[in-house]
Design a protein around this ligand. Structure first.
Ligand SMILES: [Zn+2]
Length: 115
């Protein structure tokens, strides 16, 4: 969901601009208070846990800090059919690493496709 970097309000996907603050919205997540001042950005979604951890290690090998977020809700014991998203989870990196992370993911996927 896009959010406003000024007031941290989440908006619908179709909204591009916060009318309260008169600033453009950023894609991704509202930065959570528990993560300090680092803004996290979703760079990729993953279909399952295994590919999530593989991509995480690919990025960490490049010295990029990675947060792997699962869409599964443990309390529901894997009842994923009730969730809107079909992906297992998402790869997040700090906004200052987004460009490098995207390049690493692309290089990794390209190398897979060559096989
Ligand atoms: Zn705002």
């Amino acid at each position: 969901m896009p959010y406003c970097p000024e007031c941290n309000t989440e908006y619908k996907e179709t909204v591009m601009h916060c009318s309260e603050c008169d600033v453009d919205l950023l894609p991704g997540l509202v930065p959570s208070q528990g993560r300090g001042s680092v803004d996290w950005y979703v760079v990729h979604s993953v279909p399952n846990e295994v590919s999530g951890y593989i991509l995480k290690s690919v990025l960490e090998d490049e010295g990029i800090e990675v947060f792997l977020r699962s869409n599964e809700i443990p309390a529901y014991g894997g009842l994923k059919g009730t969730l809107v998203k079909s992906e297992w989870g998402e790869i997040l990196v700090p906004t200052y690493s987004v460009q490098r992370a995207l390049e690493c993911i692309k290089a990794y996927i390209d190398s897979l496709n060559q096989n």
